[in-house]
Write a protein that binds this ligand. Structure first.
Ligand code: ATP
Ligand code: MG
Length: 361
């Protein structure tokens, strides 16, 4: 079987360190292992419009931002096709046909969508497009016959929904679609990185993010203002690790080497955690360490971003070529889907052939 990789992000804002540990880091690793036949990264502008219909400018403005984020983390346009979702019109058509294979009650059970509806305060005014976006996501994945989808944990219900659609389609019509597998990070802290406010997932729509493109100064300010342990008031107080975002970020980012480089009193994170829990380590100290650890990752990303920012026409060209290629691949799948559904009327005069066949009976 061929290995085809597809992932994407909504251009609702710049990408943040949650995206980095949850999905981008895995994508770059997979890209560099080169054990695949084709790899696609999609800027999901059509999906972003499902909950931003009244603010299309925001989505438009962020397309190049997200593309710059991809290129700065090391997505290589020679190895990966980066494309814009709304330009690939076959995806909309696939979504329409797949909608017939999913029930309203099935969509209502999707825990990620449920939670997002709550966060966005939609109550009884849920846009239909938003409610059904898991179906459009199934179209995105299956159009490219992707079998591997590197995503954050919140996307697992979408992959499950896609698998169900694939099974229904292949059973009813013909064996055309491929069931995808999600690849999620094996480090628990990376599954759902909390925001700097410590309360919930870091998310562009909530605004509790450290962005990949934040300056050194902004990163420092955000880290210094992070939520830690409200019971840890004096340095001598025993500290708590659980729910303490600084430690979750350290879990996601730091290595033993970072201790040698920036905090040689301790060998590794386990030692630091124990010491913090016993009391005697101030929050400022661990925040300063976290800042240094984050900068080690963010500095080269920032540098690469500068190069691409100064050559925006090249970025535009990368998106154009990636989109042209994606269009061709998705069109081919759409034709196969229509053939399986026997609605490819004008292919090889099928409509006429069906008429004569019926007449013969
Ligand atoms: P929005 O608030 O607009 O939904 P978002 O910040 O949730 O934005 P998405 O574009 O929806 O970002 O998600 C893109 C990818 O990044 C998905 O695979 C998602 O699982 C992953 N991801 C998003 N936020 C996090 C996070 N805090 N931790 C780990 N992975 C994340
Ligand atoms: Mg999201």
């Amino acid at each position: 079987m061929k290995n085809i990789i597809l992932t994407g992000d909504r251009p609702t804002g710049k990408l943040h360190i949650g995206h980095f540990v949850g999905s981008l880091r895995n994508r770059v690793r997979i890209q560099n292992e080169e054990n695949y036949d084709d790899m696609f990264v999609m800027i999901a502008d059509a999906q972003a419009l499902t909950d931003n219909a009244d603010n299309p400018q925001k989505i438009k403005d962020n397309i190049l931002n997200v593309a710059l984020d991809y290129l700065s983390v090391g997505i290589d346009p020679k190895k990966v096709h980066i494309f814009i979702q709304s330009e690939v019109n076959s995806l909309t058509e696939l979504t329409f046909y797949y909608s017939n294979l999913v029930t309203v009650s099935r969509l209502q059970r999707n825990p990620t969508v449920k939670n997002e509806i709550k966060i966005r305060g939609f109550n009884d005014s849920i846009p239909v497009g938003f409610f059904t976006y898991p179906i459009s996501q199934a179209a995105d994945i299956t159009a490219f016959k992707a079998n591997i989808v590197p995503v954050g944990e919140d996307q697992l219900p979408m992959i499950e929904q896609t698998r169900e659609i694939v099974r229904s389609f292949n059973r009813i019509y013909d064996n055309v679609l491929v069931e995808p597998e999600a690849v999620i990070p094996d480090n628990e802290a990376c599954l759902r990185l909390p925001g700097t406010d410590g309360s919930r997932k870091m998310s562009k729509s909530v605004g509790n993010c450290i962005y990949l493109s934040d300056s050194k100064e902004v990163v420092k300010e955000k880290v210094m203002g992070m939520y830690t342990d409200p019971l840890h008031i004096k340095v001598e107080d025993k500290g708590h690790i659980e729910g303490n975002s600084v430690f979750t970020y350290l879990d996601a980012f730091c290595t033993d080497e970072d201790f040698q480089q920036f905090y040689s009193e301790f060998k590794n994170l386990d030692e630091l955690k124990k010491a913090y829990q016993n009391g005697g380590i101030g929050d400022m100290k661990i925040k300063k360490f976290l800042y240094q650890v984050l900068e080690k990752t963010l500095e080269p990303i920032r540098e690469r971003r500068k190069i691409y920012e100064n050559d925006i026409e090249r970025v535009y060209q990368i998106l154009k070529e990636g989109t042209d290629y994606a269009k061709k691949v998705a069109e081919k799948t759409l034709m196969e889907v229509k053939q399986a559904m026997q609605i490819d009327y004008f292919q090889e005069d099928n409509l006429l052939k069906q008429f004569y066949k019926q007449k013969e009976k």
